[in-house]
Design a protein around this ligand. Structure first.
Ligand code: BJW
Ligand code: ZN
Length: 249
């Protein structure tokens, strides 16, 4: 069934749930896309787990600093901008992202639930205190270079990126707010995610279970199992601005 943009125009509580694909057109690589995905080139077990940080903190910190610097150079794309515009158009919008970049914020989205943390809020690996040190000098000529992590001014522990690694719990208050919104919305747009990572992947399912319409926006056609589930096939940077225009003009 085709998705009627009027459903968007009439939504009372819209949830937008985003993954790496929403930032792909800003030049930020996804994780699992064939050829260009980070996990095609790098082993998540060696980079995105607490065990990896313990084993080789300089490898992990350097890799994340390279990614953080790349995000600082990137700009929000038309998909981020369309989501920020939607917040001005619908009575209530909850934006939930799995992304660790800040492109939604820089596009003007007023409030973002970051399920997997942020590249921009490092914390101490030992005591979890936020790190307020100097940002690393942009000395990483090449992404992926080794770099010793700075030290915590409180306990001298090693500083780690403020992201959620495999095997770690998601921030409980953020997850709770995200589940609550999914249980309460009438429409959910799931944008640029493979839906493979738990518990985030439950969010569209929760919305479907309580009767909301769910629209997947992805260049890869998504399988729809419920009558109120829709797949719009194409890049988010094209489809989202089109959808906003059709719904509100
Ligand atoms: C476009 C596009 C364009 C391209 N436009 N679209 C149950 C079953 C099995 C396993 C588990 C389970 N429960 C938990 C687990 C383990 C694990 C997990 O889910 N593993 C699976 C992979 C098998 N989960 C965890 O470990 C989680 N923790 C946990 O459950 O803890 C339990 C616990 C409780 C209490 C105490 C202690 C523990 C944590 C998960 C953390 C995920 N972290 C990462 C890395 C973050 C840091 C970093 O950035 O390095 O988060 S992994 C990575 O995947 C990242 C992403 O946020 C996440 C999701 O990826 P996403 O966004 O979907 O990206 P892709 O690449 O997969 O997809 C991109 C999509 O975009 C594709 O569909 C493209 O087609 C599309 N696209 N261009 C629109 N232009
Ligand atoms: Zn500390």
């Amino acid at each position: 069934m085709e998705f009627d943009p009027q459903y968007l125009a009439r939504a009372r509580h819209l949830v937008v749930f985003t993954g790496a694909g929403v930032s792909a057109e800003s030049g930020i690589p996804t994780f699992r896309d064939a050829l260009s995905g980070l996990w095609e080139q790098f082993d998540p077990a060696q980079l995105a787990t607490p065990q990896a940080f313990r084993a080789d903190p300089a490898l992990v910190w350097g890799w994340y600093e390279g990614r953080r610097l790349k995000v600082l150079e990137a700009q929000p794309n038309p998909a981020h901008l369309a989501i920020a515009e939607l917040a001005r158009r619908v009575p209530r919008l909850t934006l939930i992202t799995q992304n660790v970049d800040d492109l939604h914020e820089r596009a003007g989205s007023p409030s973002v639930l970051h399920l997997h943390g942020s590249l921009h809020t490092p914390i101490c690996f030992a005591c979890q205190r936020p790190w307020r040190g100097e940002p690393a000098a942009p000395v990483l000529a090449e992404h992926g270079s080794r770099l010793e992590p700075p030290r915590c001014s409180g306990c001298n522990g090693k500083i780690r990126p403020g992201v959620v690694w495999f095997g770690e719990a998601l921030p409980p208050a953020v997850l709770k707010a995200a589940f609550k919104a999914a249980g309460d919305c009438d429409l959910l747009l799931s944008v640029g995610t493979s839906g493979l990572v738990q518990p985030a992947a439950q969010i569209p399912q929760l919305a479907l279970q309580q009767g909301a319409r769910v629209v997947h926006i992805n260049p890869q056609p998504q399988e729809c199992h419920a009558p109120q589930e829709y797949s719009l096939t194409g890049p988010a940077g094209q489809l989202l601005p089109q959808l906003v225009q059709r719904a509100f003009t």
